[in-house]
Design a protein around this ligand. Structure first.
Ligand SMILES: [Zn+2]
Length: 132
């Protein structure tokens, strides 16, 4: 049995050693998924290689396009019905409507993106994905 197959076999029974939702919640708060106190991110979206508090290795993460996908999904599902509702109820000037929703979409996206990235890194950490 190779080292990889031993690791995969031992990973199959990992369910209870790392709680999923506390790790996701810590990631959402942009904190280390293990200790919850060290910063997970620096310069907006870059993940620290190791936690500065508990020394947990964090460079294994592979969030890729997941946070951007979820951000677009959530912002779209909030703002599109809101746009229709606003237009139907109040019929504001087109430039007013555009300005409010452009600022709202960008603001909500900037708020959600680092939090969703943290949540995905927390999810990957809790599930021992990608070498965590
Ligand atoms: Zn930590």
């Amino acid at each position: 049995m190779t080292d990889d197959s031993k690791r995969l076999a031992s990973d199959a029974g990992h369910k209870s050693d790392r709680a999923l939702w506390p790790a996701v919640a810590r990631g959402w708060r942009r904190k280390c998924p293990k200790c919850g106190s060290g910063p997970l991110l620096y310069s907006y979206l870059k993940v620290n290689d190791i936690c500065k508090v508990c020394r947990e290795e964090l460079y294994h993460h592979q969030a890729d396009d997941g946070p951007a996908y979820l951000t677009i999904l959530i912002v779209g599902h909030i703002m599109a019905p809101l746009l229709l509702l606003t237009f139907t109820l109040w019929r504001p000037e087109p430039l007013t409507l555009f300005t409010i929703f452009a600022v709202g979409c960008v603001g909500l996206s900037l708020y959600l993106l680092p939090r969703l990235k943290g949540a995905i890194v927390g999810f990957q950490w809790a599930r021992h994905m990608h070498g965590f």
